[in-house]
Design a protein around this ligand. Structure first.
Ligand code: SF4
Ligand code: SF4
Length: 211
């Protein structure tokens, strides 16, 4: 089981000053979806005139399914300033790859919970790190696409675009940099990423104390 937890409203609203096209994934039973918070966010965006459109679908992590479902929405998506995906990290990465010219943002953090994790064969991986970095990396996960799970840029060991640890694998950070460059968003890398310390996190402490 994994849980998707909505990021703070402040963080989401700061992703663009313009409009969002929202993709809700009600995909699998193994992923908890923040239903009420998602509805409230949608209402707020609509009231502010910042909701370009919404689609609620399932299995956005399946590229063939996603292509089919989004086909009729592409003209509206093209008018929106950004696409906001409410799904686990795998879903966001799949959408970001499909809409690689658009700014695709994760609205949620993906948190691992004990139990069954699902068996769907997937193109992308999410390490369920608890604080999704995809909004700073063009929708490519630095935790799983980089052998060292670096979140503040490449290690410097890449050769011809390949990873120094796994030479068969493309360097995740080369991919991130190329994606951000193509979108004219390299400036997001100027601000060092702050790692969340779950040891001192109030919510984590409260959860441990209640065990
Ligand atoms: S940064 Fe990667 S591992 Fe962390 S939640 Fe996002 S997709 Fe998952
Ligand atoms: S070469 Fe690239 S993918 Fe490999 S560890 Fe270094 S930054 Fe990460």
């Amino acid at each position: 089981m994994l849980m998707t937890k909505l990021k703070s409203k402040k963080e989401i609203l700061s992703l663009t000053s313009g409009s969002f096209f929202v993709i809700n994934c009600h995909g699998c039973k193994e992923v908890g979806f923040p239903e009420e918070e998602a509805k409230a966010l949608e209402k707020e965006l609509m009231a502010a005139g910042r909701l370009a459109g919404v689609i609620t679908t399932d299995y956005v992590c399946n590229p063939a399914e996603l292509t089919l479902r989004l086909r009729s929405c592409l003209p509206i998506i093209a008018e929106a300033d950004a696409v906001l995906v409410l799904s686990c990290g795998v879903g966001v990465q799949t959408v970001a790859e499909y809409l690689e010219d658009c700014k695709v943002f994760a609205a949620c953090d993906t948190i691992e919970l004990p139990g069954f994790q699902g068996v769907t064969p997937l193109e992308y991986d999410c390490g369920q790190c608890g604080e999704c970095f995809l909004n700073l990396t063009g929708g490519i996960c630095p935790i799983t696409a980089c052998s060292k799970s670096l979140v503040n840029g490449p290690c410097g060991g890449t050769k011809n675009g390949k990873c120094e640890v796994c030479p068969d694998m493309e360097c995740g950070w080369e991919r991130i940099i190329q994606r951000l460059k193509a979108q004219g968003r390299l400036d997001v890398l100027r601000c060092p990423t702050q790692m969340h310390d779950f040891n001192t996190d109030e919510a984590t402490k409260a959860a441990k104390e209640s065990e």
